[in-house]
Write a protein that binds this ligand. Structure first.
Ligand code: 5GP
Length: 120
């Protein structure tokens, strides 16, 4: 899949759309989801232009990958989710229900979550 430079997260990275930032560094931006599905719902995106987890895993540098996963765990810790637990989700492609074609993970928590393994 070719990267669409006009996707909503590309616009957020360019500062064209505001966001409620949780963490930002050279490699990663994290912000609150505009339609939270739980008391805590944070999106974490790499600053590089990757369409999905497969593109990220295949083409991102070791540093980008390391910084991304370090950021995910740090954000969860800073949000107070570590003790009670949380979920990290990477919707991928049509069957996975990915709406925004810039790789991202959802960090969801703050309450007991239902099963995420159902078909619908
Ligand atoms: P996906 O379905 O691609 O895994 O998730 C995309 C997520 O992006 C959704 O949870 C949706 O609520 C969120 N989202 C879409 N547009 C915006 C926006 O403009 N700002 C923020 N903060 N979140 C957005």
């Amino acid at each position: 899949m070719t990267y669409d430079t006009n996707n909503i997260f590309a616009k957020i990275l360019r500062g064209e759309i505001p966001n409620k930032t949780v963490l930002e560094n050279e490699y990663v931006l994290a912000f609150h989801d505009i339609h939270p599905q739980a008391p805590v719902h944070i999106l974490v995106i790499p600053k590089g232009a990757y369409t999905d987890i497969g593109d990220f895993g295949a083409h991102a540098s070791e540093k980008e990958i390391a910084e991304f996963y370090r950021a995910v765990s740090q954000i969860a810790k800073d949000a107070g989710l570590t003790a009670e637990g949380y979920r990290v989700v990477a919707n991928t492609g049509v069957n996975g229900g990915q709406d925004v074609p810039h790789f991202h993970v959802h960090i969801i928590g703050g309450e007991k979550l239902g099963s995420s393994l159902r078909r619908s």
